[in-house]
Design a protein. Sequence first.
Length: 580
Amino acid sequence: MYQNALKIPVCNLFLCLLFLLFLSFRLIAQNPVIRGQIIDSSEKKNLVNTSISILRKSDSVLVAYTRSDKSGNFSIKPLEPLKYIVMVSHPRYADYIESLDLSSNNKPDLGKIFMTLKSQLLQEVIVKNVGAIRIKGDTTEFKADSFMLRPGATVEDMLKKLPGMQVDKDGKIVFQGEAVQKVLVDGEEFFSDDPTIVTKNMLSEAIDRVQVYDKKSDQAAFTGIDDGQKTKTIDLKLKDSRKKGYFGKVEVGSDMSKFWDNKAMINAFKGKRKIAAFGLMSNTGNTGLNFDEGINYGSSGGLDMGVSDDGGMYMSYSGGGDYEDDYGQGLSKAWNFGGLYSNKWNEDKLSANTSYQFKKMNTEAGETNQSKYILPDTLYYNNSIGNSYKSRVKNSLSGTYDFKLDSSSTLKITANASTGTTSSTGSNYSEALDADGKFVNTSTRNTSSTEQNKNLNSSLIYRKKFQKPGRTISVSVNQSYNNKDSDGFLVSDYKYFDIAGTIKSETRADQQKIRETNSSSVNGRIAYTQPISKLSILEFNYGLANSNGISSVTSLAKSNIGGKYEDLIDSLTNNYGLNV
């Protein structure tokens, strides 16, 4: 009876052990060991003591950890059939991260894992801030949609949000301490004479990415030889949805009394064809004129000409003539209109980019100054009042044309021309008084001038690549012409008083000033590049240039007979000529 009672439990125990053994084999079969081998990607050597971590993907909790052996191999115990993250780390190498899904019966053999040295990764660094910023080589790229902007914000509003970018009240853009000189749209110039047309009038919602880089010169891009000529450039990449159809912006503002600020821009894009037109009218200081407009309009001030140490000619303009006033004073009324056409044909073998602009700006200013000077032995007062008016008008036309003559040669022609008129008037009265309020001296000064200016610049460059990489030849010709003629008048009266306040002397100047400045230059250059080795290229180039210019100032006093400006003032008259 006792023996029979023992037989049943022993049998059951045996069956239970057999079942558990079978279950364990089944579990091992379902959850095999995770294996792999760590290898250096450049030297193809096995990496010892590399850290391998397994994290649960749902909550990033560490569930397993090991290190590679002397052969670079590793293995990790069976895990539950879930989703994991495999992270491989080594002090000298970039981290390797891979997703592992054991829930879908994936093979856990990771095979050979190649690790890359951090020193190699530094050759090309990619920095991401929630996908907003990407740095690759010398190009910084911003994802436009990653920055919060108000509805209807312009490109300028967006640029102000970008890290490292500053935009001042005149629209001048500075990126990381360097002034931006060009603003492109999809790699093409867009009213290149006035970058603020794009930044102030195009909507930010049309932009996909903003790229900032140093644009090499055409010659450097062609030959691959860095000539040191770089232009800080912003390239606005449009969204695919905006590369076809129409989009634009209209903005109207006024206080219904004194101030008005109106802007409009319309764009029609279809494939590679771009058509744009814009208009601006404002008396709030929003001129929309480009960064160097003061130079483009020209000043009728003095002209400095000379020859540098290397034989080159230089010409510089500066204000401050007897009848000049300050361009920077006063609130401006501006009118600015223009149109652009850009297209490519015949599989991009022919491309054209041309634009026209009309600009007008009137500036009116009034100024009053009262000063008191206290010195150890005396006290006196200076009072002055003045006003000025200036009107500037400019018409400009520019174009760029590219021809791909064949697979190895190109021809590029660029030209821009402008004409402008500047007229100004000004008056000023000043007085100096002693401590008792008596006159010491007074002066009255009235000026007027009219200036005409013309500019024409053009270039032609032919480039050809040969079958051998690095062997190229290029021929370029450049021409420039600048002319300014001005006619102005100065009438001034100075009075000097004695202690009793009686006029003791007075002087009067009544003069006409005629100024003329002309400069022109033509230069040509031929360059040939020949590779010497894989690391060096030899360049031969020859250039020939001719420059000439004249600058003359004629000062005439009003004749006592007939009242005409006929008497030459020799001390205030000059005439310079320069040929290089």
